[in-house]
Design a protein around this ligand. Structure first.
Ligand SMILES: [Mn+2]
Length: 237
């Protein structure tokens, strides 16, 4: 059973959000976690449930191709509303596929080799070869990712926000890359920010933010926050 604790914000009655942190190529554990969500929904039905991924699907871990196949295929949670946010790794991958040498080097440096491996592609091949070999539905899905999502008292983004800047005026680069001064900020941001991007051993619950990146690709669990009313619980795989 999911154990709940008080959350720093709330959702309207009859709404639930399943929010998943950084996946980084952990395809088998993503499928397992989706299975746990399906079980939770069977045990505890709710009027409006949303499946939300916080981004960083690819790179570093072993099966980015499998993650994208799972998310673009017949997801076991097909009945749920879905919100898929993009992270800095998706931005780096899409930039690299355009072929500029600096962007290619950046992507390979930040873990892109693992993604290429998962598609059976060589890092020495031309970016145009990569782009032609990756299934078009994977690329379409990556290009359709959103930067943020608001629900109840929460704002969902990949990395965080710049403290002191209105939520409507945040720049996209901050939303997918920021660490400091966001992580140490004690400010009220106008919403509790639910994010990933910065790996921790355990999920962090602060008064102004919730971090769900638990380093799945390097030995930690893949974490899903279950948000409903004024409480939060966790599912892990
Ligand atoms: Mn990230």
């Amino acid at each position: 059973m999911t154990r709940f604790q008080p959350a720093p914000a709330s959702l309207p009655p009859n709404q639930r959000i399943y929010a998943l942190g950084d996946i980084h190529g952990c395809a088998a554990r993503l499928a397992q976690l989706h299975g746990l969500i399906a079980e939770d929904l069977l045990r505890r039905p709710v009027a409006e449930a949303t499946l939300l991924h916080l981004g960083d699907y690819v790179d570093k871990g072993g099966d980015s191709a499998g993650v994208l196949a799972h998310l673009t295929g017949s997801v076991p949670l097909a009945g749920l509303a879905q919100v898929n946010l993009g992270g800095n790794h998706e931005a780096a991958m899409l930039a690299a596929l355009e072929g500029a040498p600096g962007d290619v080097a950046d992507w390979l440096w930040c873990g892109g080799r693992a993604t290429l491996d998962s598609y059976g592609l060589s890092a020495d091949a031309a970016p145009a070869v990569w782009a032609a070999a990756i299934p078009p539905e994977h690329l379409r899905w990556l290009r359709g990712l959103r930067r943020c999502h608001r629900a109840g008292g929460y704002l969902f983004v990949h990395a965080g926000i710049r403290p002191g800047v209105a939520l409507e005026q945040q720049v996209p680069e901050d939303l997918i890359r920021i660490r400091q001064p966001f992580l140490s900020s004690e400010a009220q941001h106008g919403a509790v920010v639910v994010h990933g991007h910065t790996a921790r051993a355990e999920p962090e619950i602060r008064h102004n933010r919730i971090n769900l990146d638990t380093a799945a690709w390097s030995g930690g669990p893949l974490t899903c926050a279950v948000l409903e009313a004024d409480r939060i619980g966790f599912l892990r795989s």
